[in-house]
Design a binder for this molecule. Structure first.
Ligand SMILES: [Zn+2]
Length: 164
């Protein structure tokens, strides 16, 4: 990945991160990319869940053992579970955003849109002037509550009404 970032001329010391939600395929690599000068923009509910995640995995291991999983089975399960395997490592420091906050990046001015559903704190970004919507996993065909919005035709009234 570092080679790819170099090829794209990405300077991680000048890079911040906006994370839509806590799932490992979105948050997991941040701990390997963040630098001492990076900010990680995130939402409060998911930040709290990340804070508690080690306790949840400890509970899971405890109950798995109680229910008869052998140490070998448990180790295999954890090694294969993507949520565990690719979870963010170490303590991350988040800059918390909330509904209506603005992130200015170059000529883009993104408004934060809280979109709970996929996770408790899922957050999207909307650039009203350029009509850019960064949706994370808010819009997934069959596994998200919001899948029927059909954004191809435009931003749903409930979202666009907040910034129009
Ligand atoms: Zn997700």
């Amino acid at each position: 990945m570092q080679a790819g970032l170099r090829e794209l001329d990405v300077d991680l010391k000048k890079s911040d991160f906006f994370i839509t939600h806590l799932h490992s395929d979105h948050l997991g690599l941040v701990s390997t990319l963040v630098t001492e000068t990076s900010r990680i923009y995130f939402n409060q509910p998911d930040a709290q869940s990340v804070e508690n995640s080690n306790a949840r995995w400890t509970d899971f291991v405890y109950y798995a053992r109680m229910n008869g999983l052998t140490e070998s089975e448990l180790q295999t399960f954890l090694e294969r579970h993507p949520g565990y395997k690719y979870r963010a490592k170490g303590k991350l420091s988040f800059t918390i955003l909330k509904e209506g906050d603005t992130l200015n990046i170059g000529e883009y001015s993104f408004k934060c849109v809280e979109t709970p559903g996929h996770t408790e704190g899922h957050m999207c970004l909307y650039e009203f002037r350029k009509k850019v919507f960064i949706s994370g996993d808010h819009i997934l065909n069959s596994i998200t509550l919001t899948s029927n919005y059909g954004l191809i035709g435009g931003i749903p009234e409930g979202i666009s009404g907040r910034f129009g």
